[in-house]
Design a protein around this ligand. Structure first.
Ligand SMILES: [Fe+2]
Length: 224
């Protein structure tokens, strides 16, 4: 098996395309913009919307506060686009943390429908979390922060613009479809309420240097 690329719809797509633009937002937060999103996103969106419609096949949180429908275990879907993104998330982790080791503790897709949001939370037992923006849904006229991923953590200077250590300013990174963000898993983050008609879809990975006991798949906990 070629570990450097994965074939999607007859095209060999590199796990980490040469020239991928990586932007540091903070010492420990980076985004990457992938130019091949058009070859990846449409098929994966169709797959996930089909899965999300089969309610016996997904995890439906007990509250709209918990980040929408969950579809777990990205690497077990048997979808080349998902396999590529899974390998890409691991590669992002390895190069960001300068390590050859990377083990996924838990990974899942989030399908937000209108009225869904994700309450502030961090990820335990997670060195870094990676989130891929598959479809950010519809923009809401007059509401610039509809379905927006944000950090709200007093350990992050970006959130403490008025006084060190005092979280006064949620930090909304610029994220477009085809972007991936990596950040320390314990940083408190959330997703603002989403009001669009088209589902907002992201995929997330919690990653460590060493394999762990594995997270419990609860479905009720908040996740972005
Ligand atoms: Fe999260």
């Amino acid at each position: 098996m070629n570990t450097d690329s994965i074939t999607v719809e007859g095209r060999d797509l590199p796990v980490w395309p040469r020239g991928t633009r990586v932007t540091p937002l903070d010492a420990n937060i980076q985004t990457a913009a992938f130019a091949d999103a058009e070859a990846i996103n449409p098929g994966l969106i169709r797959y996930l919307l089909d899965r999300a419609d089969r309610e016996d096949d997904v995890s439906i949180p007990a509250s709209r506060l918990f980040g929408g429908i969950k579809i777990y275990h990205v690497h077990q879907w048997g979808v080349p686009e998902a396999d590529l993104l899974h390998a890409r998330a691991l590669a992002f982790y390895r190069q960001t943390l300068q390590t050859s080791e990377a083990h996924v503790d838990l990974c899942w897709a989030n399908v937000y429908r209108t009225g869904d949001c994700s309450a502030p939370h961090g990820h335990g037992n997670t060195t870094a979390s990676v989130v891929y923006m598959l479809d950010l849904g519809d923009e809401e006229e007059g509401e610039p922060f509809c379905g927006r991923f944000s950090f709200v953590d007093p350990r992050l200077d970006l959130c403490c613009r008025e006084q060190p250590g005092v979280m006064t300013s949620p930090f909304f990174p610029t994220l477009d479809p085809g972007n991936m963000i990596i950040f320390p898993g314990q940083l408190v983050h959330f997703v603002t309420p989403y009001f669009g008609a088209r589902p907002r879809i992201t995929i997330a990975w919690n990653i460590n240097n060493q394999p762990g006991p594995g997270s419990t798949v609860q479905g009720q906990r908040p996740d972005a």
